[in-house]
Design a protein around this ligand. Structure first.
Ligand code: GTQ
Length: 345
């Protein structure tokens, strides 16, 4: 951040006492800290094809037992941030996690918020605060800050999901830590059954907002149906997108990252508005081309890419017959809370 080479303009007898007193002149760094017009971003346009990740993840399954790994994850590390930083954008961490039949990833809770988007396999569950969430392809499962969670797998084939956490931000804030715990008891109720039945909720023994995030699982079948209905009901609308919301507040599902599902109509080309938050895109179904700034990527199912903020992103459905469906996560709630959100159209 500090352009140290420009300090050479200053005489060493001046610089030496500055260093001794932990003082730094601002003026050599001012333009780097506050560049003209557009922020400097480490986050690069990047893409992780699932075809590259999958065999390496399966190899990890052979090389590293779950009790040693605790979480068997390959991190999608943005080259602009470097491999050690383990981050996709300034605030977003992405990882592909593998659980093999019979495995259990033990209970813990931590300060960063997580969401999981199921990529392949059946028969695994994530238990969050006692609620056992079935993991099926395309489902979104929340693990809000501070809630106990563990993953178990009784099915016959490997299960893989995409972890999206606000870990880089929480770590930057020096607020990231975890606590291990014993296996959770399971409660019979499920938030998505309590809330997602046409506006009905139980009349007895039901307390609104008893939990900060009342719905933990957003089944893909319901999200997909909502997008198809939206596309049919609003034939003239270009962007067919839904936001995953908290059914009690109507606001975002998590405090820092926003989650959305986007449908591309057959043959559709869609330019997204240029906005301040960075985002990640994951193709759930279909085939799509994405251009991030100047960089084109051809997405196949289960491919994941990431776009820095203040950058033009254009999506094109490669099929003229079938819709395409993407999961999107971005930093919008964070930018809005901080007052730095910008939409440049
Ligand atoms: O499954 O709890 O990718 O704690 C990173 C940290 C997954 C998890 C990650 C985690 C988890």
């Amino acid at each position: 951040m500090n352009d140290l080479s420009r300090l050479e303009d200053l005489p060493p007898p001046y610089l030496e006492p500055l260093a001794r007193h932990s003082l730094v002149p601002l003026w050599p760094s001012l333009r780097a800290l506050l560049p003209p017009g557009v922020p400097t971003r480490k986050t690069q346009a990047a893409c992780w094809p699932y075809a590259a990740i999958r065999p390496l993840l399966m190899q990890a399954g052979e090389l590293t037992p779950i009790d040693k790994a605790e979480r068997r994850v390959l991190v999608l590390a943005n080259p602009g941030h470097g491999p050690e930083s383990l981050q996709a954008t300034a605030a977003i961490y992405l990882g592909m996690q593998l659980l093999l039949p019979g495995e259990w990833a033990p209970a813990h809770r931590h300060t960063p918020n997580a969401v999981r988007l199921i990529v392949e396999g059946q028969g695994a569950t994530t238990t969050v605060a006692g609620e056992q969430c079935v993991m099926e392809r395309g489902d979104l499962i929340l693990t809000p800050t501070g809630q106990w969670h563990e993953h178990a797998h009784e099915g016959p084939a490997p299960v893989v999901w995409l972890d999206v956490l606000d870990l880089p931000l929480v770590h930057y804030l020096e607020a990231s830590y975890h606590v291990n715990g014993p296996r959770q008891g399971v409660v019979p109720e499920h938030g998505e059954q309590l809330y997602a039945q046409g506006g009905l909720v139980p009349s007895v023994d039901f307390e609104r907002a008893a939990r900060p995030q009342p719905m933990l699982r957003y089944p893909w079948a319901q999200v997909r149906a909502a997008l198809l209905a939206l596309a049919t009901n609003r034939p003239g609308q270009a962007s067919v997108q839904v936001t995953y919301t908290n059914p009690e507040t109507g606001g975002d599902v998590q405090p820092i990252l926003g989650c959305y599902a986007q449908m591309l109509r057959p043959g559709q080309r869609l330019r997204l508005p240029v906005r301040s938050p960075a985002m990640v895109l994951h193709l759930i179904e279909g085939a799509a081309d994405v251009v991030i700034g100047e960089q084109p990527f051809a997405l196949a199912e289960a491919d994941t890419c990431c776009a820095p903020g203040y950058t033009e992103v254009t999506l094109s459905n490669r099929s003229a017959e079938l819709p395409a469906f993407l999961f999107i996560a971005d930093e919008t709630p964070l930018h809005k809370k901080l007052g730095v959100f910008e939409n440049r159209g």
